[in-house]
Design a protein around this ligand. Structure first.
Ligand SMILES: *Cc1c(COP(=O)(O)O)cnc(C)c1O
Length: 397
């Protein structure tokens, strides 16, 4: 009998009961806007910021409307101007180069390695071309952050981290988002906490934090924040910083706070699923598992593997055969982006040259989500299906 998987790769868990109760309380109060508080009341958004700052060990935190908005706000807050060059990953998700385009700046793409991290040799070679790096920890893979920071510090480059897939991860014990000047996170449905849409930004830099609060649209009500700098910082920039509204509301923050309390347990559950699939895929001829360095604490909310140097038609065949058995793989080597764009040459508004080493990796790169609605048995079944189909195509030669 041919096994089939019948689960849904885009189905997340329900919002926890405590989140639903907190959301109902906000709805009953009618005060959804973050600054709509009665005397003595502290809004959910301000509390979320205080709790997320504590979780990451950051001095300041701002909640915003989306992860992409957090990225663009970080670029503005560190002083990126229209026309500036900004280094970023050649392999990431569209909102990352999009945030650079949003501020009128120009992405300079840095390659990806077989370990699926930014190519630090390529970064060192291009370090003279920009003063800011928008570093994306794409699909949760952390590069050698110590070496990256040494390269950037030596070149005077400010680092902004896109932690959309690394909320809760760390390198050498330092949380993702805390190596660079600013860390940005997404709370969109497919990330590690789910409020439909949403984003968080953390920093230790008081002026970056003050500018970010003003940019997000604080209507001079910045004293209602619990994780923002004092009035002196705002006094220096409040007349010069435009309002580019992108606040988070109390309803989303109410949904997120109970999820933040559970996040460590959720990470363990993700990693159990990740390791189950990884173990099932190991030693499949023709398939390369991505080894995770000991310094990295990852969150296995998705898994990637490589069919390196396979003909495109054969990779396509594997994708189709897995799909026929209910296993949804994304292939980053397809000629036409479908449903997402993740490759530098799909973003034609930004000039780029061919990057043969990165092209080789992306041509063989397959990716799969691991939602927590999957059981460990589901994960073992999924791995058996992939293994069987990769082996069948590989043996056909
Ligand atoms: C999801 C995501 C973002 C931000 O996404 P939003 O949808 O704007 O919240 C940024 N970078 C990566 C790599 C992502 O996957």
């Amino acid at each position: 009998m041919t096994e089939r998987f019948t689960g849904t790769f885009t189905q997340q868990e329900p919002i926890p009961e405590a989140g639903i109760a907190a959301a109902l309380a906000v709805l009953q109060g009618g005060r959804l806007h973050r600054y709509n508080t009665v005397p003595g009341e502290i809004g959910e958004a301000a509390l979320l910021e205080q709790e997320f700052a504590a979780y990451t060990g950051a001095r300041y935190c701002l909640s915003v409307a989306s992860g992409g908005y957090a990225l663009a706000t970080a670029l503005r807050a560190v002083g990126v101007q229209p026309g500036d060059a900004v280094l970023t990953n050649a392999f990431t998700l569209a909102p990352v180069p999009g945030s650079i385009a949003a501020v009128g700046a120009v992405p300079v793409f840095v390659g990806v390695t077989e370990d699926l991290v930014i190519d630090l040799d390529d970064l060192a070679a291009k370090a003279g071309q920009a003063r800011v790096l928008m570093l994306s920890h794409m699909r949760g893979h952390l590069c050698d952050m110590d070496r990256l920071m040494a390269i950037c510090d030596a070149a005077g480059i400010t680092v902004i981290e896109d932690c959309a897939h690394t909320m809760g991860a760390s390198w050498n014990g330092v949380p993702s988002g805390r190596h660079g000047a600013v860390g940005c996170y997404s709370t969109q449905t497919y990330k590690h906490m789910n409020s439909g849409e949403g984003g968080l930004l953390v920093t230790d830099d008081e002026m970056v934090a003050a500018r970010a609060v003003m940019l997000s649209g604080s209507y001079m009500l910045f004293d209602r924040h619990l994780a923002a700098p004092g009035p002196e910082a705002f006094a220096r920039i409040k007349y010069e910083t435009p309002n580019i509204s992108g606040r988070m509301d109390n309803l989303r923050a109410a949904i997120l706070r109970p999820q933040l309390r559970d996040i460590e347990a959720q990470i363990d559950r993700w990693n159990d699923r990740y390791r189950t699939v990884e173990a099932g895929l190991r030693n499949t001829p023709g398939l390369t598992v991505v080894e995770r360095p000991a310094q990295e604490r990852y969150v296995g909310s998705s898994i990637q593997f490589l069919l390196l140097d396979w003909a495109g038609a054969k990779v396509q065949d594997v994708v189709a055969r897995c799909a026929a058995r209910g296993v949804e793989l994304k292939w980053f080597g397809a000629a036409e982006p479908v449903g997402f764009t993740s490759r530098y040459d799909s973003w034609r508004y930004a000039p780029s040259e061919q990057m043969p080493k990165s092209d080789r990796v992306l041509a063989g790169l397959l990716d799969m989500r691991l939602p927590l609605t999957f059981s460990l048995d589901d994960c073992a079944l999924i791995a058996r299906i992939i293994r069987a189909e990769v082996s069948a195509v590989w043996q056909a030669g």
